[in-house]
Design a protein around this ligand. Sequence first.
Ligand code: NAD
Length: 487
Amino acid sequence: MAHQRTYLVLENYIGGKFTPCSSHIDSYDPSTGEVYCKVPDSGEQEVELAISAAQEAFPEWSSKSPEARSQILYKLADLIEAHLEEFAQAESKDQGKTITVARNIEIPRASYNFRFFASSILHHTTDCTQMDRMSCTHFTTRTPVGVAGLISPWNMPLYLLTWKIAPAIAMGNTVIAKPSEMTSVTAWMMCKLFDEAGLPPGVVNIVFGTGPRVGTAIVSHPNVPLISFTGSTSTAQYIREASAPYCKRLSLELGGKNPAIIFDDANLDECVSTTVRSSFSNQGEICLCTSRIFVQKNLYKAFLEKFVEASRKWKVGLPSDLTANMGALISKEHLQKVKGYISQAQKEGGKILCGEGIESLDIPDKNKMGYFLLPTVITDMMDDSCCMQEEIFGPVTCVVPFETEEEVIQRANNVKFGLAATVWSQDVGRVHRVAKKLHTGMVWTNCWLIRDLNLPFGGMKASGVGREGAKDSFEFFTEVKTITMKH
Ligand code: NAD
């Protein structure tokens, strides 16, 4: 009898019900290259139904007290935590990231996103001013905007989706969300918890499918006044154009080309180990990953030697391997794109110091078609080369020398992106001067990716528009109104 392959088949979640879709997109296991899951290939019709469900749920949800909404968010956080292991296993299989990252960082953070906004919604205040000469008091009120359209990418699937859903519903909006078609499983699993958490039907609707079909239908729909998007700069450009006729509120969290600036008084061991982590964590598939490393001339040789040695030790393995630092890249196309940058660097005279083929990897035969790539370090690149200018979004980083503070600030800023930077120096004055002059939304000094969710997250230039965080998300997901009272 012929062996019948079975797939995980996902369904849309609309108006509190799972609804099957007639056609599907293949979703691949990045560690084997095999199809293992079928994701709904939804279109305008499903989007229409989801928006209607969200509109219907809006009056009641938006008029609940913040305390009542907060309780539901806390419950959701607890439920995700109670199912942490299932979520972590699913995320690692779907995305290719290591189980360690999914279990210790991303799923706990997805749960924390709900907990954080469950708390922060209780503590916001609005403004009030007095104008005695006119006998007036002015004050502001804030109200939810309506149906929020939330679109997220594939690199940190549940972590980034919940970073949008949590503030949107905490502030009283209802939601139509679309995760990436390449990583939809954990969003679908989360839908199974909504009812138990007490979330009324229609408050969160998730429609699975591609960007051109589902994404387009959301961003160009007149009844979705707000779009929060995380993804590439090119998709954001399309979203700006498609949403322009409706004057939508946009929050765009986009790509980066993040520099690490290492002065010769930096603590060498610390900056090497952190910069390896900042370059290759999650296969380099984090918008905040370092991809240009500027090292001051006197430290350059010592840094490079230690950095290459540490990069070679950054272990690539199966996502389930507890000793692996890095798993598989998201897709065959993405792997080819990243490899294309490495070949281009060679053509442009770049030297590849490590990142040899994966033939040496000790992995089972069934994983040989997986999308693995070793951490790759390139030197001798010009600042205007494509590897120094474009977002690669993989485990590839360039190391180049510099001489002076002014020079490195100018070179670090010389890209279209402006998301994040790291600065390494023991000189406090220098760290402050440089941080202030960098054209990036975030600067980490002598560390990387330590976040306080209260503070703004977001980029400058082609890295985005708007900020997210406690106060920023509160402002984005609410409409403000100024009321003046004459005494
Ligand atoms: P992408 O732009 O291809 O896709 C992002 C999402 O948009 C997906 O859900 C996709 O289906 C959808 N989409 C695609 N075309 C669309 C369209 N025409 N209309 C509406 N939606 C559409 O990005 P990606 O490849 O999934 O993610 C990688 C990118 O995301 C990188 O550039 C990375 O830097 C960026 N990113 C940024 C942040 C941040 O916070 N700044 C975080 C993570 C990832």
